[in-house]
Unconditional design. Structure first.
Length: 133
């Protein structure tokens, strides 16, 4: 059950939050990376852990984690309830680079723009790095 309250702070409101990400470039993502963004959109930890290899390492803005369970704990704490907007996807050597915006639930506007770098192997993410751009 979702109860909405329309709050406008600094020109942003609930309707802006709900519409955020509707024109994301998800079709440009590889299957493993798309798996991550789909799981994030659904707040689904069970699906999320299948996107990552058992040996995955991550470093998101200095927060380090290892293994899919630590990835899921990070997502549950810092991602669930928010929305992503994928702006650009490109290859850089052996990485898939995703420029995106993230709007946490309850915030009046999105975080600063983010760059995620994913490395994949055998259909799963083996490395996930993120920083503000």
């Amino acid at each position: 059950l979702f109860v909405g309250v329309n709050i406008t702070i600094g020109g942003q409101g609930e309707n802006d939050f709900h519409q955020f990400g509707k024109d994301s470039r998800l079709e440009d993502l590889s299957s493993p990376v798309r798996c991550f963004f789909d799981a994030a959109a659904q707040n689904d930890s069970k699906v999320l852990v299948t996107c990552f290899s058992d040996e995955v390492t991550g470093n998101i803005a200095g927060m380090r984690f290892k293994g899919p369970e630590e990835v899921a704990a990070f997502a549950e704490r810092d991602i669930w309830g928010g929305k992503y907007k994928v702006e650009k996807v490109f290859k850089q050597q052996d990485k898939e680079v995703v420029h995106c915006l993230f709007w946490p639930l309850g915030w009046s506007s999105p975080e600063p723009p983010i760059e995620y770098q994913f490395k994949t192997k055998n259909g799963q993410i083996v490395s996930w790095y993120g920083k503000y751009r």
